[in-house]
Design a protein around this ligand. Structure first.
Ligand SMILES: Nc1ncnc2c1ncn2[C@@H]1O[C@H](COP(=O)(O)OP(=O)(O)OP(=O)(O)O)[C@@H](O)[C@H]1O
Length: 267
């Protein structure tokens, strides 16, 4: 793969909400690049636009579907594909090449499917006739890569802890061996010890497979474990971007300054 994993230029994302479906901008004039195999972490306050950006990069944009994110200006290319040209997510090449872990991913697992069946969903979406036995092997490998025991496979999501469900969701996002992983607060709401374990597993899988990653986080400690590069989002615009230390050592915006002080206090 030679094209950038992500290339956004002057990107504006908006929603249409309320009865009048008045457009509301969530991200404005944003530019960023992620090279193949590279990770970019994004940090910012609640409502700064992190999830909106993650959704768009994962290809979940729409002009017609209610509550969908719209590209209202600029450009967004993911793995060389113009996201503006996508019609419906799920039937396009992007869906097969991007692993997406949405916020609260563990809660969006299908409760009627076993863990194994949940993780296998993308394999059968790609190819309805995918050999079941091969799928079984790939699922077992994905489960093992997230350090879950194989005894987890026949269980149902409600039989697992929140941290285990989250790991299953990550396994599902990685099962097609994506070129890009988009993870939106993959460890939110999980206690610190389990969170550390999940991050180590994720970092290890990435080292082995070499995919690019866009990681949303609200924790600078977590960011450091997964990425060398950081983008700081504030009210829908980027107010700092570069290596984590460069961004925090030379805060160019009052919000980045507050973040740097917080990071120093925690160190
Ligand atoms: N489905 C939606 N319809 C309308 N507006 C939305 C929708 N989702 C998000 N927004 C608005 O877009 C802006 C950015 O929200 P977003 O969820 O991307 O922020 P965030 O940084 O991910 O926040 P959090 O950390 O709380 O998840 C906010 O003003 C939010 O109210």
């Amino acid at each position: 793969m030679t094209e950038p994993a992500v290339r956004a230029r002057d990107l504006t994302l908006r929603y249409r909400s309320g009865v009048a479906r008045r457009p509301v901008a969530a991200v404005t004039g944003l530019s960023l690049d992620i090279a193949p195999g590279e990770t970019l972490a994004v940090i910012g306050d609640a409502g700064s636009g992190k999830s909106t950006l993650a959704r768009a990069i994962a290809g979940y944009t729409s002009r017609s579907v209610d509550r969908g994110v719209e590209i209202a200006g600029g450009s967004l290319e993911v793995l060389g594909i113009d996201v503006r040209r996508l019609r419906r997510h799920g039937d396009d090449e992007l869906a097969l090449r991007v692993g997406y872990v949405p916020q609260d991913a563990g809660t969006v697992l299908d409760p009627h499917l076993t863990v194994g069946e949940n993780v296998a969903v993308p394999l059968f979406q790609r190819d309805k006739a995918f050999p079941k036995k091969r799928a079984g092997g790939i699922v077992a490998e994905a489960i093992d890569a997230m350090h879950l025991t194989l005894a987890t496979i026949p269980k149902y999501p409600h039989e697992l802890s929140r941290g285990q469900r989250q790991r299953v969701a990550i396994a599902r996002a990685l099962v097609l061996d994506p070129d890009l992983l988009v993870a939106d607060e993959a460890t939110a709401g999980i206690d610190a010890t389990v969170r550390g374990t999940i991050l180590s597993h994720l970092a290890e899988v990435q080292r082995r497979r070499g995919f690019a990653a866009f990681i949303v986080s609200s924790e600078i400690g977590e960011v450091r474990r997964l990425s060398r590069r950081l983008a700081v989002l504030h009210r829908g615009t980027i107010v700092g971007m570069g290596s984590i230390d460069d961004v925090l050592d030379d805060p160019s915006h009052p919000y980045v300054d507050r973040l740097a002080q917080l990071a120093r206090a925690r160190a």
